[in-house]
Design a protein around this ligand. Structure first.
Ligand SMILES: [Fe+2]
Length: 294
């Protein structure tokens, strides 16, 4: 597991943006040597009850990039999120950059293309994205080399992106007192999630880990940054030597009690299209609700 091209001496600047509705963290990650940056896991605001989509969260990120004179090269999705809409196309239209996701997006599109009874015009080949990453792929943000680790378990397309001494873990681990992501969505698997988390924990102990979500367990303030060493020692689901079997049993029992994320229906339809809103036959933006379909 130590074959990863880790460069701990490269220290990117990381700005976090918290979305209180979905408890999601979005990041602007800037190469220390150039003014190139990437956005990880952007958020588009939705008032689902009203069917209204707005862009305040994304506009704050765009504002900071413009203010600092950064060049946006990548818009990364760690996975197809089920709890918020991606703002990737909105941001791309304004700042450019390539939208990237894990290649297993094809499996996700296949599963949810059926759930939402999408017609043949919905391509299930990942072509809505500019780049599909495979395990071990590399790319650059300015002069900074990034590598990706396939981390299935929460969803098939989950990827961790390692940028210098900072890893963006998506939905694998949460903060040590938050444990781990659920593994009960279609294509999810608790055993796979455990194996993926072990890959993340095989990175150097001082590697900074940036969460995709934090729910402030026990009423504490929202946190989003920890380290591999901290997680290994203290993570309540996988830390201090918990076995794979223990994890699978715990995760499966816990997941059976969780309700669906409030925004799963709009999120999946939009995010499996790289953040584009689906349209009806007349070209109007329109979302569906499959009854008893999830
Ligand atoms: Fe997720």
């Amino acid at each position: 597991m130590t074959h990863y091209p880790v460069k701990m001496d490269v220290v990117p600047e990381v700005e976090a943006f918290f979305d209180e509705v979905s408890n999601t963290l979005s990041y602007i990650v800037t190469d220390p040597a150039t003014k190139a940056c990437a956005i990880v896991d952007s958020v588009m605001d939705i008032d689902y009850a009203a069917g209204r989509i707005t862009s305040d969260h994304a506009d704050r990120m765009i504002g900071m990039i413009e203010e600092r004179g950064l060049t946006l090269e990548w818009i990364i999705e760690t996975h197809v999120h089920a709890d918020h809409l991606s703002a990737a196309p909105y941001i791309q239209e304004r700042l450019g950059g390539k939208i990237g996701v894990g290649e297993k997006i094809i499996e996700v599109q296949d599963v949810f293309g059926k759930v939402f009874n999408e017609g043949t015009e919905f391509q299930r080949d990942g072509s809505q994205f500019d780049r599909l990453f495979t395990d071990g792929d590399t790319y650059r943000i300015g002069d900074m080399e990034v590598f990706v680790i396939a981390t299935p378990g929460h969803t098939p397309a989950c990827m961790v992106h390692v940028m210098g001494n900072a890893a963006f873990v998506g939905d694998t681990l949460f903060m040590p007192d938050g444990g781990s992501a659920r593994a009960d969505f279609p294509g999810g698997d608790a055993g796979e999630l455990y194996d993926s988390i072990m890959k993340v924990l095989s990175l150097p102990g001082e590697m900074r880990l940036f969460m995709c979500h934090d729910y402030g367990p026990g009423g504490r303030d929202i946190q989003w940054e920890t380290t591999v060493a901290e997680e290994k020692a203290n993570n309540i689901h996988v830390g201090s030597g918990k076995t794979r079997e223990e994890f699978i049993q715990f995760r499966t029992e816990r997941d059976a009690q969780l309700s669906m994320p409030k925004l799963i229906i709009p999120s999946l339809q939009v995010n499996m299209r790289a953040g584009e809103i689906p349209t009806d036959d007349d070209g109007n933006p329109m979302l569906k609700v499959p009854v008893n379909g999830l």
